[in-house]
Design a protein around this ligand. Structure first.
Ligand SMILES: *Cc1c(COP(=O)(O)O)cnc(C)c1O
Length: 453
């Protein structure tokens, strides 16, 4: 075991490191230094063992410490650490991964464009969608419709497609010709109706927006099958079929951002398969390599791929690390391990049903207004009053998250919503521990508020 000088590391961190999505002044020199991990647990520099109920950032699907992935990286880096896929070259790991991904994808998807991350995948989506309509002789179709509170990454294109108001407010303007419609967030915005009615209403805001803009201007609709960073927002069952109907009716491209839902999170290879939709494009990243190395891609359906290939000539787009050999080798091994270990079956038949039952048991807690889950995604809505479902003042989620860390579990807060997305390999006993630690963290928060003693 390494020994760490936590004080010194924290001080240097505070002095030199600008963190992503962090208030640096508030953080000061108080960062928690993560030094190791195994299975579903991380360790910090002070020797604490913490259950990582977020799988890092929704990505460490096979858990930590998988030697097979380390070996795949080592072998590939020894053989060929880098080469690109530009200008009529390729290498075996990128080729094999492309073949594997298109075998796992729905039948109408037979091509993949590699990137280094989810954000780059969504930048690629914007360029590809606009190029597609140009080739179709309808270059005025440039508008992409996303959703308020959707998340599609943090580059200019990713932040623009996403509907996170605080991101849009910082240093705009965002990309032109991106519009946003309502999100299917029943607990937050639709409780006066049944979930089914609300789901239809939310979906029909797409139709309304298309009519308002004129279908001649609309290129595509983008959404996550289940919104992740927005607070694990699980759409009512009526939502996706109606979205699919509207996209089909108006002939616009459907983009399912599978960066979180892809690779088993909902018990299928892709979230689109769970909801039975047929996207033209599927950006992926995160779980593709279980987060061991950075890699993303866009799975491209035949409608778009055939047009780009047959009519497009050279597509002036690509990244130095598109299909990076070591990253591709690790991703391929990750997918093989998922098959060898029947991870999808484990999620579908064992982990998700048990998690759903245990997670729902938190509903009796005085701070909890709703629990919901799908696959291995879960959310809790924090409320000040369980009958009226009135909310606390902002800040309660962040307090609860800090308490989680001290209790020994990582949960994430999104406003007043607590979310989890544990590694897919989580066992029943570990789910019991996750729920027990979540309850302890809620208790600690309730005690701070003087609601419990
Ligand atoms: C995380 C995320 C992204 C961005 O991926 P990065 O690898 O962080 O760029 C895009 N879409 C969704 C749905 C995500 O959850």
């Amino acid at each position: 075991m390494h020994q760490y000088n936590t004080q010194e590391l924290r001080q240097q961190d505070g002095q030199h490191h600008l963190h992503p999505f962090t208030d640096t002044r508030e953080l000061g020199s108080n960062s928690r230094i993560i030094t190791g991990a195994e299975g579903i647990y991380i360790h910090d520099s002070e020797g604490n063992r913490i259950l990582d109920a977020m799988a890092g950032l929704w990505c460490v699907n096979l858990g930590y410490g998988r030697q097979e992935l380390v070996e795949a990286a080592t072998a590939q880096m020894t053989e060929l650490p880098y080469y690109n896929n530009f200008f009529k070259t390729a290498h075996p790991p990128a080729i094999k991964l492309a073949k594997k991904l298109t075998e796992l994808a729905p039948e109408h998807i037979n091509h993949v464009f590699f990137t280094g991350s989810g954000s780059e995948s969504n930048d690629t989506v914007v360029r590809m969608v606009r190029r597609y309509w140009q080739l179709k002789g309808q270059p005025e179709k440039t508008v992409i419709i996303g959703r308020r509170n959707g998340y599609h990454g943090s580059t200019v294109a990713g932040a623009s497609l996403g509907g996170m108001a605080p991101m849009h407010e910082q240093g705009g303007p965002m990309l032109p010709d991106v519009e946003h419609i309502a999100q299917p967030y029943w607990f937050g915005e639709g409780r006066e109706m049944s979930p089914e009615e609300f789901g239809l209403l939310a979906a029909r805001s797409l139709e309304q927006k298309i009519k308002e803009l004129g279908v001649n201007r609309v290129a595509a609709f983008i959404a996550e099958p289940v919104q992740g960073a927005g607070g694990v927002i699980i759409p009512p069952e009526s939502y996706w079929p109606e979205i699919q109907r509207i996209c089909d009716h108006y002939g616009i491209l459907l983009i399912a951002d599978e960066v979180i839902c892809g690779f088993g999170r909902l018990g299928q290879w892709f979230g689109s398969q769970h909801f039975n939709i047929k996207p033209d494009l599927m950006p992926v990243a995160k779980g593709l390599s279980s987060g061991y190395l950075p890699i993303g891609g866009v799975l491209v359906g035949d409608r778009v791929a055939d047009t780009l290939i047959e009519q497009g000539g050279e597509f002036y787009h690509g990244f130095t690390y598109s299909g990076h050999p070591a990253c591709a080798a690790v991703a391929l091994r990750n997918l093989e391990l998922m098959e060898e270990e029947n991870v999808l079956e484990h999620v579908r038949e064992e982990a998700a049903p048990y998690f759903a039952e245990r997670w729902a048991s938190l509903a009796d807690h005085p701070l909890v207004g709703e629990t919901r889950s799908l696959g291995l995604l879960g959310a809790l809505e924090l409320v000040a009053d369980k009958t009226t479902l009135a909310r606390f003042e902002p800040g309660i989620g962040g307090r609860c998250r800090d308490n989680c860390f001290n209790t020994g579990i990582v949960m994430r807060s999104v406003g007043e919503t607590m979310v989890v997305s544990p590694p897919l390999v989580i066992t029943r006993a570990e789910i019991d521990e996750l729920v027990r630690l979540a309850r302890e963290s809620l208790d600690a928060t309730a005690r701070q508020l003087g609601i419990m003693d």
